[in-house]
Design a binder for this molecule. Structure first.
Ligand code: ATP
Ligand code: MG
Length: 404
């Protein structure tokens, strides 16, 4: 068994070995390499204590030194090097009370969540796999290392990670692991909204977004997104899962689909502590779900384009296609491209008259300026040929006189 590691990782491992320590790549990168997937990052585990790691490498950052993690910088890249560690007692269902270092790789691997994440590798020793990770990778199974009830009891986030890995890798969750999630589902409340959100995003943007159903099957949804239960207990469950499966793996698109079915988009996004930009984007799409968009007028399309902005347009079309069937938005896509190509104005900032012009026509400063420009824009959206200074100034004057 040989895994191709990036040169920098091999170099870090070699330097640690040459200094008389053990060192391996470990966890997700070994799993992904064995699956012929490109690892997101390469983590290194070593018998050297953080002090020694810092002596051996010149450029380091104390990222998580309390937990034994030192970041080693190699050129413009960074790698986490973590000392073999055993976690102390978990008191809050999320964080170990203490960590202590160990000389044993097998012990370090024992603290890891799933068998497929509990393998280590270096060129000298090959694969180190004391808990059957390779077997479970071949069988495409997510299985806890050790007793699942104990492991989820230590850290409730692992329950969501299990479901997320099942979705990202298209694996199934082993029976005892699944039963333990059902048993301990309520303890997910100990996990912060940000961590829950990060896992749900990975789950939802995976190849198997329909495995969101595992949240309901395990009882986790009641605690992480209670609105989901209504969908699973109602008649739209299959519509939602089908729409998710056929949609593009985009965060805004998939969250919009989900919250289209659950309702309460803003409330859900806020409770999961999403950033405002994502929240607003999702709310703007869910407000534009209707199948009647197929027959929208060109002028109304421009009004929607003004609100969504060109950046969100592709996501909106993908969203509509997922809800109403492939190709649904074809004519909208075409028409919006045509509008953009022809340079038709649908934004106030692109009008041939400005706020200054409105003031020059005698409008008092204040909100009235925006109101006048808004009405001018509306006319221009209806008739693009009006967006010409010569034509627009008299029209602006007329609109102004009608509002003051
Ligand atoms: P990815 O980076 O693709 O999300 P990963 O497996 O690399 O997946 P990380 O969160 O980067 O996940 O963690 C790296 C490794 O640390 C995991 O493979 C696992 O061995 C261990 N690990 C991470 N989180 C936990 C946890 N909550 N409980 C136990 N072990 C964990
Ligand atoms: Mg990782």
């Amino acid at each position: 068994m040989r895994i191709n590691m990036p040169e920098a990782v091999s170099m870090i491992i070699k330097r640690l070995l040459d200094a008389g320590y053990e060192a391996y790549s470990v966890g997700g990168c070994v799993r992904d390499a064995l699956l012929s997937r490109v690892p997101y990052d390469w983590d290194i585990t070593t018998s050297a204590t953080p002090d020694k790691v810092k002596e051996i490498f010149h450029r380091t950052v104390d990222t998580g030194i309390k937990h034994g993690t030192v970041t080693v910088l190699v050129r413009s890249e960074s790698f986490e090097v973590t000392t073999y560690r055993v976690d102390g007692k978990y008191l809050d269902g999320r964080h170990p009370e203490s960590v202590s270092f160990t000389r044993s790789l097998t012990e370090d691997l024992l603290r890891r969540d799933f068998t497929i994440n509990a393998m280590a590798y270096n060129d000298e020793s090959g694969l180190v796999d004391p808990y059957g990770g390779e077997r479970d990778l071949a069988a495409r199974i997510i299985r806890c290392v050790g007793d699942p009830v104990a492991r989820f009891g230590e850290d409730a986030l692992r329950m969501l990670r299990a479901i997320r890995f099942a979705a990202c890798l298209s694996f199934t969750i082993e029976d005892a692991t699944m039963a333990a999630i059902k048993e301990l589902a309520a303890s997910i409340s100990a996990v912060s909204a940000e961590r829950i959100c990060a896992e749900l995003c990975k789950l939802l943007t995976s190849d198997r977004p329909e495995l969101i159903s595992l949240l309901y099957d395990t009882g986790l949804s009641e605690y992480v997104m209670p609105q989901l239960n209504g969908v699973f207990e109602g008649s739209l469950k299959n519509d939602m899962l089908a729409a998710l499966s056929r949609s593009k793996p985009d965060k805004v698109v998939r969250w919009s689909i989900l919250t289209h079915f659950t309702g309460s988009a803003r409330e859900i996004m806020r409770s999961l502590k999403f950033d405002n930009k994502t929240t607003d984007a999702v709310c703007m799409l869910t407000a534009r779900s209707d199948a009647s968009y197929i027959s929208i007028s060109r002028a109304d399309l421009k009004r929607d384009m003004a609100v969504l902005g060109t950046e969100l347009l592709p996501a909106w079309f993908d969203y509509l296609d997922a809800l109403h069937g492939e190709g649904f938005s074809a004519s909208l896509r075409e028409e919006s491209s045509d509008i953009i190509e022809k340079g038709e104005c649908f934004l106030m900032s692109r009008l041939a008259v400005t706020g200054k012009d409105v003031l020059g026509l005698g409008c008092p400063a204040g909100i009235l300026v925006g109101k006048v420009l808004g009405e001018v824009l509306d006319k221009v959206i209806e008739d693009p040929s009006l967006n010409d200074r010569e034509k627009l100034l008299p029209l602006t004057k007329k609109i102004l006189s009608s509002v003051i």
